[in-house]
Design a protein around this ligand. Structure first.
Ligand code: NDP
Length: 309
């Protein structure tokens, strides 16, 4: 790749102002500028940093996704057209870890109910046996990559024992135990929280299904911060309605934005957040670090980091 012009696509505005990234990358030895959809025919950039996919990216040489999940990019097309795709895994450990710790604390200290009551100016104390503390509880984190390790670190620091589920049995830092995916039902039984941090792949689609909710304890909570379709949403709603699980905190959904008629919005023990578990004022700085490193590698003739295609 002969990189002279790196574009920053307007769609990154979902997570940060493009101008912040462009200014931070000012000292790179290439031109960095904003690219709008309407004037893409006039741009001469060979590479782009983007949140969303556009068909015309197939004519570029390098696409960098500011998300870790690249399930919405047409990898077969990129492969065929020789487009390099890099992603942003490796940066969302602390943000997502703290968000998940927030869900766990909300459930244990009943904060979500207090906030809901406050909207109605209602003074209602919880029942004597509703609130609990986190030390002594166990979380099963499915997916032990960047997100999973961030969850293990932050939840672990709050006294939660953390077991992990991954495809191979090797230990991962921060996890007390590792289970392989074929032992998922065993891994989710007897824990207080089941947390999915999985990417969406052919193998993970619908992995958290009715059988998983059946295997979970009735007082356990489901958390999904990976990708929506990894959880069978209809089966989760059934399990919540039948009290087979205690509640859920969901950042990602089968269809986003979540439809206003979804029953999930109105359930007392469900926390809905709008795919924002990784949001942080420092997002553009983390992306700048990844892009800077790959531009350096390109100039030095080294292989890209975070390369997916
Ligand atoms: P990583 O690549 O670091 O981690 C993914 C992990 O998933 C790997 O460690 C892999 O472990 C595991 N995995 C993959 N397939 C399976 C399987 N079938 N069974 C069990 N484990 C599996 O990615 P990140 O942690 O950075 O991100 C994970 C996903 O989270 C992203 O793909 C994205 O979709 C989502 N995400 C959501 C965000 C949000 O805002 N809510 C923010 C950032 C990411 P192993 O190889 O050991 O099996």
């Amino acid at each position: 790749i002969d990189l002279e012009h790196l574009g920053v696509h307007r769609s990154v505005s979902t997570v940060f102002p493009p101008e912040e990234l462009i200014e931070t990358l000012e000292d790179l030895p290439v031109t960095v500028s904003l690219v709008e959809d309407e004037d893409h025919n006039d741009t001469d950039c060979e590479a782009i940093v983007t949140f969303e996919h556009r068909e015309w990216f197939a004519d570029l040489e390098w696409v960098h996704s500011v998300q870790a999940g690249v399930d919405r990019f047409p990898m077969d097309v990129f492969e065929r057209e020789g487009v390099v795709l890099t992603n942003s895994t490796g940066i969302h450990d602390r943000t997502v870890g703290e968000t998940v710790a927030g869900y766990l604390l909300a459930f244990s200290r009943r904060l979500h109910r207090h906030v809901a009551n406050q909207q109605r100016r209602e003074w209602t104390q919880p029942d004597w046996d509703e609130a609990f503390t986190l030390p002594g509880t166990t979380a099963c984190v499915v997916g032990t990559g960047t997100l999973g390790q961030g969850v293990a670190e932050v939840a672990g620091s709050l006294g939660v024992s953390v077991r992990g589920v991954r495809r191979t049995p090797e230990d991962v830092p921060g996890f007390d135990d590792i289970y392989t995916t074929d032992a998922l039902l065993e891994a989710v039984s007897g824990v207080d929280f089941v947390v999915s941090t999985l990417p969406l792949t052919d193998e993970t689609r619908g992995l958290l299904d009715a059988a998983v909710f059946e295997a979970m304890d009735e007082d356990a909570y489901v958390v999904n911060v990976g990708r929506g379709p990894v959880v069978d949403e209809a089966a989760l709603i059934d399990a919540l309605e039948a009290n087979k699980v205690a509640g859920a905190a969901l950042d990602v959904f089968e269809t986003e934005p979540l439809s206003s008629d979804s029953p999930l919005w109105a359930m007392d023990e469900v926390i809905v957040t709008p795919h924002s578990a990784a949001f942080t004022v420092d997002y553009y700085r983390d992306i700048a670090g990844l892009v800077r490193e790959n531009v350096r590698r390109l100039e030095a003739g080294e292989a890209f980091t975070n390369r997916v295609v």
